[in-house]
Design a binder for this molecule. Structure first.
Ligand SMILES: [Zn+2]
Ligand SMILES: [Zn+2]
Ligand SMILES: [Zn+2]
Ligand SMILES: [Zn+2]
Ligand SMILES: [Zn+2]
Ligand SMILES: [Zn+2]
Ligand SMILES: [Zn+2]
Ligand SMILES: [Zn+2]
Length: 376
């Protein structure tokens, strides 16, 4: 593609001088589907070419421009078009001022977007400032001013507003979501993620990758952990060891008996918690000694006495990452009572299957709605 443009004849003064001259090559018709006589390029059906305001060259579309250039086009700055029916260069518009042909069924004056695919529904959202895929505002989408994004209309008055919700990168793949052309979904906590990234993510996790709240009703999963813990008691050495945990779901701190993997929140009885501090109760007066990182991270099977540090160090509550200080591992990851007593590394976890994938919990409840994709 690029060579075609570079090889096309042009007078030296033709680039960057603001002239609207087009080469022979520029004036030629190009097709979206030649067999059906549909003008355009491989990206769009449209009856015109546009003049890139940045470099003064003619292209079928912004993708054609960006593929052939070392810079990206600012589509809204497009001013001129070339009608491929009559080769007239003119101001950008939906219809040719000369031959009156319609360049596309959809034309956005603000985005300078022409799309002649009659099956595609596109609308322009003034608040988003871009065109999005959908029937339109008030039909299948509405714009939430607080979240600053278009959402499907079922979410109106029924979603958690998060300021400028989409103006960030997907927590999984890192693509900027506001202008993403892939579907972005909202999770029950209000955070968003690409639909395709979410699909893979929930195969191995049940927590929102942004705020770590549970993505669904985990009660079945938690009662499995309850029975697991009832069967597998901790070695006697650990009898007086307790952890302070912060619940990712209800955000309450509580105290719970120390365990290698699972720490229950005293308030909501869930296990989506992270260990903030682990301590040992000594003596009858309930005096407390803080235990150091090694034990709480589950990397030692026993508690050597010299790991008791007399109250100075605090076990680091790891914010965010799913390291071993988070007790939210999958069911079945504990390798059984042997591991609990063997004294070696305890957490020998393969990639845990997410409890959301269990028959009792459906991944569907982990999304509450979708946002309007940016129109390509
Ligand atoms: Zn193109
Ligand atoms: Zn024309
Ligand atoms: Zn638009
Ligand atoms: Zn919008
Ligand atoms: Zn909102
Ligand atoms: Zn993503
Ligand atoms: Zn979240
Ligand atoms: Zn809780």
């Amino acid at each position: 593609m690029s060579s075609r443009w570079q090889n096309s004849k042009r007078t030296p003064g033709n680039v960057n001088d603001g002239s609207v001259e087009a080469t022979e090559e520029d004036l030629k018709k190009t097709y979206f589907n030649e067999e059906h006589g549909q003008l355009g390029c491989k990206h769009y059906r449209r009856g015109c070419k546009l003049k890139a305001n940045c470099c003064g060259r003619w292209f079928n579309c912004r993708f054609c421009h960006d593929d052939a250039s070392d810079h990206t086009i600012v589509r809204s700055e497009t001013k001129m078009m070339l009608c491929m029916h009559c080769q007239t260069i003119q101001d950008a518009a939906q219809n040719c001022s000369s031959c009156k042909a319609r360049m596309a069924v959809y034309y956005c004056e603000a985005c300078k977007l022409w799309d002649d695919d009659p099956k595609k529904h596109i609308y322009h959202c003034d608040d988003c400032g871009i065109c999005r895929i959908g029937q339109g505002l008030g039909r299948d989408y509405f714009h939430c001013k607080k979240c600053n994004v278009c959402m499907n209309i079922q979410l109106q008055d029924k979603h958690k507003c998060i300021e400028r919700n989409l103006e960030c990168d997907c927590p999984i793949c890192g693509e900027y979501m506001f202008t993403s052309t892939s579907t972005v979904i909202f999770m029950p906590c209000g955070h968003c993620i690409h639909s395709r990234c979410h699909e893979d993510y929930i195969k191995t996790s049940y927590q929102c990758p942004t705020c770590w709240k549970s993505l669904g009703d985990m009660s079945v999963y938690y009662s499995k952990i309850d029975s697991l813990l009832a069967e597998q008691t901790m070695p006697a050495d650990y009898a007086n060891i307790f952890s302070i945990v912060l619940c990712n779901d209800c955000e309450v701190k509580s105290e719970t008996p120390y365990h290698f993997l699972y720490h229950r929140c005293d308030k909501c009885r869930g296990y989506n918690t992270k260990v903030l501090e682990t301590f040992k109760r000594v003596g009858t007066d309930g005096q407390v000694q803080v235990v150091d990182n090694a034990i709480a991270s589950g990397t030692t099977g026993t508690v050597p006495e010299n790991n008791i540090t007399g109250g100075t160090s605090v076990v680091g509550g790891n914010t965010g990452s799913s390291s071993s200080s988070s007790s939210a591992a999958g069911v079945g990851t504990s390798s059984g009572s042997n591991a609990l007593t063997a004294g070696g590394p305890v957490v020998n976890v393969s990639v845990p299957r997410s409890p959301l994938m269990d028959e009792n919990a459906s991944g569907d409840m982990t999304m509450v709605g979708i946002s309007g994709n940016s129109a390509p």
